[in-house]
Write a protein that binds this ligand. Structure first.
Ligand code: RIB
Ligand code: CA
Length: 312
């Protein structure tokens, strides 16, 4: 039975690959809609990019909604230095023909959770958690109806990528992350501890290009653009493909290993704003609230991803 999901996202090349993976996997995933949030680039661009990605997969039928254009309590921090000024630099993609939905993304999240059977909709968060936290604040009744929140964000052993202490998605809107992590909804976290082991090495990028399809060439061009920042900063052999780990988890959870632990979010200190304080070693009596992943089968992940992108 395919899982019904909403992808909340700030495309971003890695978000884009995650969306393609979901669209290429109808036996595992029914994509109810895509909700764009401000993050890597401003909202207008993330809402545009989400539609460009759907058209790469020839799926103009997918409903795309624009959501919050700024974090709950801070001014927006973007990441053009990583993703380029369009947020989707690399291949030249045409402006989308498909429309943006009229409804606000937050209202789509609320209405979907209220209308679908309880416990049957998974929220896949690939960017700052502003839309989801806003929906939870506006309609607290929907929290218990969420099947699972699977999100890319945070870090423990890997510490930060935007500051020494914090990962970008959580750093941009720590108040939203705090609401989500305290909500009581079942949460599975793909932190940098996992995504920094999902590196698009040369051979892995070559495998995308060897698919010899528009989708395969587009994915290869996205990852080639996206990798230059991380290779320079970390000296790594390729870009960490962060967001597709969220979708791969839904398709084959055995690819991942982690621990159910307490995770709390720093929202007060400027120095460590957005840090995910994961009690990995169980040194506190704070209740566990998240399945915090620590490792993955990287070859298995890329084999799955390449096979599925090859379907498009
Ligand atoms: O820190 C990595 C995360 O920030 C990814 O989701 C990437 O797309 C950016 O949003
Ligand atoms: Ca993202």
């Amino acid at each position: 039975m395919p899982r019904k999901i909403i992808i909340d996202t700030d495309p971003g090349q890695d978000d884009a690959v995650a969306i393609l993976l979901a669209l290429a996997s109808p036996e595992d995933i029914t994509l109810l809609g895509i909700t764009a949030v401000a993050g890597n680039v401003p909202l207008e661009l993330t809402a545009l990019n989400a539609r460009k990605v759907c058209e790469v997969a020839e799926r103009p039928d997918i409903k795309v909604f624009a959501g919050c254009d700024r974090p709950l309590a801070h001014s927006l921090v973007t990441a053009e230095h990583v993703h380029g000024k369009t947020g989707l630099d690399g291949p030249d993609l045409p402006a989308p023909k498909m429309p943006l939905q009229d409804a606000h993304a937050v209202d789509f999240i609320i209405e979907t959770l209220r209308s679908e059977a309880p416990g049957t909709v998974t929220l896949c968060a690939l960017g700052p958690l502003t839309n989801i936290a806003t929906a939870f604040r506006k309609a607290p009744d929907i929290v218990e109806r969420v099947q699972e929140i699977v999100l890319m964000g945070g870090a423990y052993f890997e510490v930060g990528n935007i500051t020494p202490a914090a990962e970008f998605n959580i750093y941009v809107d720590p108040e939203a992350a705090d609401i989500v992590f305290k909500s009581g909804a079942p949460i599975t976290v793909m932190p940098l501890d996992v995504t920094h082991k999902a590196l698009v090495t040369g051979p892995r990028n070559d495998a995308f290009r060897a698919l010899d399809s528009h989708a395969g060439r587009t994915v290869a061009a996205w990852t080639e653009f996206f990798e230059r920042f991380d290779k320079e900063k970390y000296g790594s052999p390729g870009a960490p493909l962060h967001d597709p780990t969220v979708i791969a988890y839904l398709i084959d959870p055995k690819l991942f290993q982690g621990r159910h632990v307490n995770v709390e979010i720093e929202t007060v200190s400027e120095l460590t704003r957005g840090m995910t304080v994961a009690d990995w070693w169980g040194v506190t009596d704070r209740p566990a609230n998240a399945m915090f992943m620590g490792d993955l089968d990287a070859d298995g992940f890329f084999d799955l991803l390449t096979e599925r992108i090859g379907r498009l």
